[in-house]
Design a protein around this ligand. Structure first.
Ligand code: SF4
Ligand code: SF4
Length: 337
């Protein structure tokens, strides 16, 4: 008999929850996408899952004098990894309950409202950064959703395994403004303004000239607001934990499953080491630090091949923008030497 808890524990995933009826309703009403095959739509349940990832800081040694960087969320293909884990779970559910492939929908970085669904599943709140903030992990998380038919026995298992979960979704940002203060382009000064956000322009191309100064050597991915969040830091950085506790006061309390979560607090390296040990080699690409001159000399086709299978999907990221920006960085380098 399937146990969600055992399955996720075995994968090193500790924060997940059932999707409330409100979350399911929200998924169905807020998207033009068809969330799950029509024949299952009447009775649907599901889960939301958080996958934390390691934030990379500092520089790796490199024989190349100039590097470009990739944000921590895209340095490894965690999206593929999380999808793979959920596919494995889906296969177990299908086998046990005689379901078809189309009976189960997995969503990782799709058009379904993943962030809002995670909030409605009590896995955190939308912070002043506009991102999901989970009290244990902060914002350095990917969200996965899985929808499946509300079969009595399966639903009962899910309810039994989650009814003691006491997560929260009311904002615990308090008076903190770390993300707002740290954003290099003031994109969070009056709520989130996408046209002021570097990440938005890196994903769409056409970044206004005056933002390039702030883009620096980031080829793809700005994670400043993620890194600056004290909830992120308290999980990621053991050294800062005690210091941050003093600053956060009561707002830093994780109210649910305290024993389990305290166990993981300050031991993020164990969580990450375990999660990363399950990544395939192909999922550990392209890495955080990439050789500028080598990439700048590549044709569009060579770049496509270089980034193939990584989290930098060129169905939405404009490759020409990458090429143009790397040319710009090389020229700036030549002018300063
Ligand atoms: S991703 Fe970067 S630019 Fe966008 S809001 Fe966060 S810190 Fe600001
Ligand atoms: S940095 Fe502070 S204000 Fe911003 S999301 Fe995190 S806790 Fe909230």
């Amino acid at each position: 008999m399937i146990s969600f808890t055992e399955f996720f524990d075995c994968k090193g995933i500790h924060v997940w929850n059932i999707l409330s009826d409100r979350a399911i309703d929200h998924i169905f009403t807020s998207t033009k996408e068809i969330p799950i095959a029509e024949h299952v739509q009447k009775e649907v349940t599901g889960i939301a899952v958080l996958l934390p990832y390691r934030l990379i800081s500092g520089t790796e040694s490199s024989t190349h004098t100039k590097i470009v960087t990739v944000g921590s969320f895209a340095a490894y293909n965690y999206y593929h990894f999380l999808t793979r884990i959920l596919q494995e779970l889906a296969a177990k559910i299908r086998a046990e309950y005689g379901l078809h492939r189309s009976d189960i929908r997995i969503s990782v970085n799709s058009k379904l409202p993943e962030k809002e669904s995670a909030v409605l599943a009590n896995l955190g709140w939308i912070g002043k950064s506009g991102l999901l903030v989970n009290p244990l992990y902060g914002s350095a998380v990917l969200i996965g959703l899985m929808l499946f038919p509300k079969i009595d026995a399966l639903f009962q298992t899910l309810v039994n395994e989650t009814d003691s979960k006491n997560y929260i979704n009311n904002s615990q940002c308090g008076s903190c403004s770390a993300c707002i203060d740290a954003c290099p382009t003031h994109a969070l000064d009056n709520g989130f303004s996408k046209h002021l956000c570097l990440q938005y322009w890196m994903s769409t191309g056409g970044m206004p000239e005056h933002f390039k100064l702030h883009r620096g050597n980031h080829l793809y991915g700005c994670d400043v607001c993620i890194k600056e969040c004290p909830y992120t830091q308290q999980f990621q950085d053991n050294e800062r934990l005690e210091h941050q506790k003093g600053q956060l006061g009561d707002s830093g309390q994780w109210e649910g499953e305290q024993g389990k979560h305290r166990e993981h607090r300050g031991h993020s390296s164990k969580v990450f080491t375990y999660l990363e040990s399950q990544l395939k080699e192909s999922e550990k690409r392209p890495g955080s630090y990439l050789p500028l001159e080598l990439l700048a000399g590549m044709s569009i086709l060579e770049l496509k091949n270089y980034f193939k299978g990584t989290a930098l999907g060129f169905r939405w990221i404009p490759l020409n923008d990458f090429k143009e920006y790397m040319r710009f960085l090389c020229e700036s380098e030549r002018m300063t030497t």
